[in-house]
Design a protein around this ligand. Structure first.
Ligand code: ADP
Ligand code: MG
Length: 593
């Protein structure tokens, strides 16, 4: 055979390997989940590419995964008929270029060390292919890509900083297409090579893999065989005629080995929502998106008519980028299928607007062509209609959380994704009606619990026409603003807009339930209590004082006026009717600094 070539692992991979090999992580069985998930990805890729290029799958039309456990020798073999890897792909994917999953894991590990804890990160993230080294001390990957006419073997060992690749020429080992991974188990992990155990693990981990997974199982059937008379037994059952007669045949179990289908391949979204339990939805979420925590909410629906598709959407329990990060448009949060064939999870606003990009889920369309490309997605009328429906369903789902008895759920949601909805106020006029009821703010009458705009409106004075707000950098400074005095005196509630984005969001909404939003720090605040005569008298008395102050301050202020807005403070600085509010000015300054 051609000689093996040796490669060094990339530094990050090498660190990861060390960590895995020496890990005390007890839940080592996750290796199977990771390898099956890679096999399933490889099959997905093949199925997708075969749509436009049927040649690709002609050498092995069956798309499946087969797992063989050799108990005696402590070896597990996992074979898929997926896309396989070319020699270059082997070099790149298994060892020299750290995959995104690896990088994500290393970052989480670093963060968690910084935070002083290690929360079973291996299980939480999955460490991909390298998890094979949780249980094996020698791993062999033999793979055949339809793009290449040769098959290659990758071989790596625990505690080694290098791996080898060479052409596979062993006739026993050749496969028409796909990848076979052979794990030589470590002494202490040998008991994984047990067909029954493998069967249990597959059932547990791969319920939602949409390709058949077969495991090599011992089976039996009973058959009757004739037996010779056994003189000792005849003696014992002497008086019993019936047994006498039966003795001539005997039931025996005939044993043999065969592949057994071990998973259910009906995708959960094709099932009837009435028959799927909450736990199944949660489990699908965790498995499909490699998540650790259950979602906050889910929604499973079918749309018919103009366009037909099925979908399950989820609201995650936490924002992956942290709540202070800006909204990320490009996520891998929506998995698009066309008639069960996985098409893509790489979207850029085609299915959900940027501000809703945190929503996760699967969408299976009946109307899109299988060979749908990004260009088609962007142009397609069908996709536009789908997007509209998906957005509507997402809002229904979020509204559902807000109406839930468990108030904490919505608090969690708001903490993580409130900013996204505010961005929605700015970017998506069409959905203002849906977004506005979901907003939450602190107010002068509710400094500890946020209120909704509906709660505000309900609490309005009979003669009150507007929704009042003040924008500031904190509740404390909002509370101490002199503008507030008169409002408090009159018992008018004022919303505290304390996040930088709040003011722009509210200004985009303009009104809620026909009540305008009014900034109490602006010049022309009208509380409907004007007393013209009194004002004229005061103006006359203090007109000269105003002129004098204006002269002293010069260009620093636009004008100095008599006002009826204050109760105990002698004067207040307000911003002009058409200018920026003080808060906006502060923000703009901060940005240009
Ligand atoms: P991830 O699955 O997150 O990309 P992994 O470490 O699990 O990371 O796998 C690394 C890469 O190796 C995969 O992205 C894929 O390109 C390749 N790979 C792994 N297993 C297979 C397989 N069974 N068939 C084809 N390619 C595979
Ligand atoms: Mg993987």
């Amino acid at each position: 055979p051609p000689p093996a070539e040796k490669f060094e692992y990339q530094a990050e991979v090498s660190r990861l390997m060390d960590l895995i090999v020496n890990s005390l992580y007890s839940n080592k069985e996750v290796f199977l989940r990771e390898l099956i998930s890679n096999a399933s990805d490889a099959l997905d890729k093949l199925r997708y590419l075969s749509v436009t290029n049927p040649e690709l799958s002609k050498d092995a039309p069956n798309l499946d995964i087969r797992i063989y456990a050799d108990k005696e020798n402590g070896i597990i073999t996992l074979t898929d008929s997926g896309i396989g890897m070319t020699r270059q792909e082997l070099v790149d994917c298994l060892g020299t270029i750290a995959q995104s999953g690896t990088a994500k894991f290393m970052k989480a590990l670093k963060d968690s060390k910084d935070a002083g804890g290690d929360n079973n990160l291996i299980g939480q993230f999955g460490v991909g292919f390298y998890s094979a080294f949780l249980v094996a001390d020698r791993v062999i990957v033999s793979t055949k890509s339809p793009k290449s006419d040769k098959q290659y073997v990758w071989e790596g060992e625990a505690n080694s900083s290098s791996f080898t690749i060479q052409e596979d020429t062993d006739p026993q080992s050749l496969i028409p297409r796909g990848t076979r991974i052979t794990l030589h188990l470590k002494q202490e992990a040998k008991n994984f090579a047990d067909p029954e155990r493998i069967q249990k693990l597959v059932k547990n981990y791969s319920q939602f893999v949409s390709f058949p997974i077969y495991t090599w199982q011992e089976k039996g059937y009973t058959k009757e065989v004739e037996v010779e008379d056994d003189p000792t037994e005849t003696k014992k059952d002497d008086q019993d005629d019936q047994t006498e007669k039966k003795k001539k045949t005997k039931k025996v179990v005939e044993r043999y080995w065969d592949w057994e289908l071990t998973n259910e391949t009906q995708p959960i979204w094709l099932r009837n929502p009435k028959e799927v339990t909450k736990e199944e939805y949660n489990e699908f979420y965790r498995k499909a998106f490699n998540e650790y925590l259950d979602p906050l909410a889910s929604s499973h629906f079918t749309t018919e008519g103009e366009v037909e598709f099925r979908s399950i959407l989820y609201v995650p329990p936490v924002s992956p980028t942290g709540k202070d990060d800006i909204v990320n448009q490009k996520t891998k949060n929506i998995r698009l299928y066309v008639k069960r064939v996985f098409i893509s999870d790489d979207f850029d606003g085609e299915l959900f607007p940027r501000y809703l990009s945190f929503v996760k889920g699967v969408v299976d369309s009946h109307d899109l062509p299988l060979n749908v490309s990004r260009e088609i997605l962007q142009e397609s009328r069908i996709v536009r209609i789908m997007k509209k429906r998906l957005v509507r369903k997402a809002f229904d789902m979020i509204l559902g959380i807000s109406l839930s008895e468990n108030r904490e759920d919505y608090e969690t949601f708001w903490e993580n994704f409130g900013k996204h909805l505010k961005l929605g106020c700015i970017e998506d006029r069409e959905n203002h009606k849906r977004i506005a009821p979901l907003l939450r703010f602190f107010s002068s009458q509710s400094e500890n619990d946020m209120i909704s705009l509906d709660e505000y409106v309900e609490n309005m004075k009979p003669e009150q026409k507007a929704i009042y707000f003040i924008a500031s950098d904190s509740i404390t400074s909002a509370k101490n603003a002199p503008f507030l005095e008169k409002m408090l005196e009159k018992g008018l509630e004022v919303l505290y807009l304390v996040e930088p984005i709040d003011e722009v969001a509210i200004q985009s909404l303009k009104a809620y339930k026909d009540k305008d939003f009014v900034d109490i720090s602006k010049e022309d605040l009208d509380l409907g209590d004007k007393n013209e005569e009194k004002e004229a008298a005061v103006k006359k008395e203090f007109g000269q004082t105003c002129d004098w102050i204006k002269k002293r301050l010069g260009d620093k202020v636009a004008s100095v006026q008599i006002s009826n807005r204050l109760s105990s403070s002698p004067c207040v600085l307000v911003s002009g009717k058409f200018g920026w509010s003080a808060n906006m000015e502060r923000l703009m300054k901060a940005q240009s600094a």
